[in-house]
Ligand binder design. Structure first.
Ligand code: CMP
Length: 139
């Protein structure tokens, strides 16, 4: 089925001018970028967005990293978009990512791993409206 997923190009990737190269991998996989904006997250936004990880030992570092520079937030649409984008991203830890994936080619570490993508339809349904209003999404 046609799905939508939420994506973030993280500060390590914007710092290295990789937005276009990452977008090319997204589009080459058949996903359409139907919303996109470059923002600098506030601490409150990052804490809210990653709220499910609040009790994890890496939470504070993760929030600091996500507000360390600009990010590009996106909505991607396509056939099985959630699973497809997870394939395109590769494993969370770039050491475990398959060749050709965004994280294998570009990520620096498990924290500075260049991109985020929703892990399930319920997550996408929460994450998309966290950053986008309906009129900003043009399918
Ligand atoms: P992301 O998909 O954005 O969701 C949570 C993020 O936490 C994850 O990608 C990683 O970048 C980051 N992170 C940092 N340390 C860890 C860890 N030990 N395990 C899982 N995620 C981690």
């Amino acid at each position: 089925a046609i799905q939508r997923t939420f994506s973030i190009i993280k500060p390590d990737a914007t710092a290295r001018n990789l937005t276009g190269k990452i977008n090319a991998k997204i589009e080459d996989a058949g996903l359409r970028i139907i919303a996109q904006k470059r923002i600098h997250m506030t601490k409150e936004q990052a804490e809210g967005f990653y709220g499910v990880h609040r009790e994890r030992p890496f939470f504070n570092d993760l929030v600091s990293f996500m507000i360390s520079g600009p990010v590009v937030v996106q909505v991607l649409e396509g056939e099985d978009a959630i699973a497809k984008y997870r394939e395109v991203m590769g494993a969370t830890n770039p050491e475990n990512a398959e060749p050709g994936t965004i994280r294998k080619e570009f990520a620096e570490s498990i924290e500075a791993n260049s991109v985020h993508g929703s892990d399930a339809p319920e997550t996408a349904a929460q994450e998309i409206p966290f950053f986008f209003s309906d009129d900003e999404i043009v399918g």
